[in-house]
Design a protein around this ligand. Structure first.
Ligand SMILES: *[C@@H]1O[C@H](CO)[C@@H](O)[C@H](O)[C@H]1NC(C)=O
Ligand SMILES: *[C@@H]1O[C@H](CO)[C@@H](O)[C@H](O)[C@H]1NC(C)=O
Ligand SMILES: *[C@@H]1O[C@H](CO)[C@@H](O)[C@H](O)[C@H]1NC(C)=O
Length: 342
């Protein structure tokens, strides 16, 4: 029974320490929040430029800076932020195929600025493609591998209807093709080192094929996960692994006005032979988190329910808006430990 007492003392100390670490990591969270605010600020500036210029040129030169605004979470904040690839190093190991939940994308986009409106697919349970991104393990990118490449919408004539349906621009304000141009120039030109993806038509057709093959609404639906539900990230992970047999990466955005995490994207990884592979080792905001029974790669809150919304939540714009990207660090780890221990 002496042992038992020691156990409880250690346990008490552990809890006490985690509470302190919690305070410390909250501070870390606050400071990284400031960093991401800076990012938001940058994109907003671009946005205003865009709005001022809206009436005249929708020019190629604008395209690069404005194209990714609706998806600023991917590009400016999480995935390929920061370091630019060194010229010449365009090597990559695998392809990330990303599907997004348009309701969340729309919500995020619309909340960012009061002028934003979005176009949602008509169908109810309908995931759309965000992109096909060649990625080097442990690195960001590569991206923009061919500086002289340009984007020719006409090359996609044959698959235009499908592209509009399955790879749509959620931001309804953009000129047709902006989103695809961005995806092609940034990611497609790098994927093009593979013969099967070495032109626009091949690249986008492959994305469409993968969507059909890895139909996200079915993968989740088969596990009883439908829109308008709340699920733990572990439940999502189990559903995905059951169907794919490989680790995906699961992405949320966190709305701290409502204190709700929304399911935003699910990324799956493929080899150069187009076989599914684990997304382990892919850089970005998602990190591997162990749970009893496996590992989940995510930026979502491990112990909180994740909302899979069926409708875009009503506007809450009057209040101070504050998007925050889930901070994955000690804080999350501790949350997990506490959840696991308690
Ligand atoms: C596109 O931008 C260039 C350089 O900024 C400008 O010379 C050209 O007139 C613009 N084209 C259109 C269609 O606005
Ligand atoms: C880059 O793009 C241009 C224009 O499409 C093309 O002619 C050229 O072959 C590409 N370069 C490489 C290295 O793929
Ligand atoms: C899911 O969570 C949201 C946000 O907390 C809540 O508004 C909603 O009622 C929940 N839905 C279900 C089906 O439990």
């Amino acid at each position: 029974m002496g042992q038992q007492r020691i156990f409880w003392v250690i346990f008490g100390l552990f809890l006490f320490t985690t509470q302190w670490l919690y305070v410390i990591s909250s501070n870390i969270a606050t400071s990284s929040e400031e960093t991401s605010d800076e990012n938001t600020l940058t994109t907003n500036t671009e946005l205003h430029n865009n709005n001022n210029n809206n009436n005249n040129n929708n020019n190629n030169s604008d395209l690069l800076s404005n194209e990714f605004l609706p998806f600023s979470n991917e590009i400016s904040n999480e995935y390929f932020s920061g370091e630019q690839e060194e010229d010449g190093d365009h090597e990559w190991d695998l392809l990330i195929f990303t599907q997004q939940w348009p309701v969340t994308t729309c919500y995020h986009w619309r909340e960012e600025d009061s002028t934003h409106a979005c176009l949602l697919p008509d169908k109810k349970e309908f995931w759309t493609i965000h992109g096909v991104w060649p990625t080097k393990l442990g690195h960001m990118g590569p991206s923009f591998c061919n500086k002289t490449a340009d984007f020719d919408l006409d090359q996609l004539d044959k698959i235009m209807t499908n592209l509009k349906t399955y790879w749509p621009t959620i931001d309804g304000e953009q000129k047709l093709g902006h989103f695809w141009a961005h995806e092609w120039l940034k990611h497609g030109t790098c994927a093009a080192s593979l013969a099967q993806l070495d032109n626009e038509l091949k690249y986008f057709t492959q994305g469409l094929e993968w969507r059909e093959k890895f139909l996200m609404s079915n993968i989740l639906g088969n596990a009883g996960i439908h829109p308008d539900s709340n699920n733990t990230v572990v439940a999502l992970q189990n559903a995905l692994v059951k169907s794919l047999g490989k680790n995906p990466s699961i992405h949320c955005i966190y709305d701290n006005k409502r204190d709700v995490s929304y399911l935003e994207e699910i990324r799956i990884c493929l080899t150069k032979q187009f076989e599914l592979t684990d997304c382990d080792g892919v850089p970005g905001d998602a990190v591997p988190i162990d749970y009893p029974g496996g590992t989940v790669i995510t930026n979502c809150h491990i112990s909180k329910p994740i909302h899979y919304p069926s409708n875009v939540p009503p506007l809450l714009r009057e209040q101070e808006k504050k998007w925050e990207f889930p901070v994955v660090n000690t804080y999350k780890l501790l949350q997990f430990l506490m959840w696991f221990t308690l």
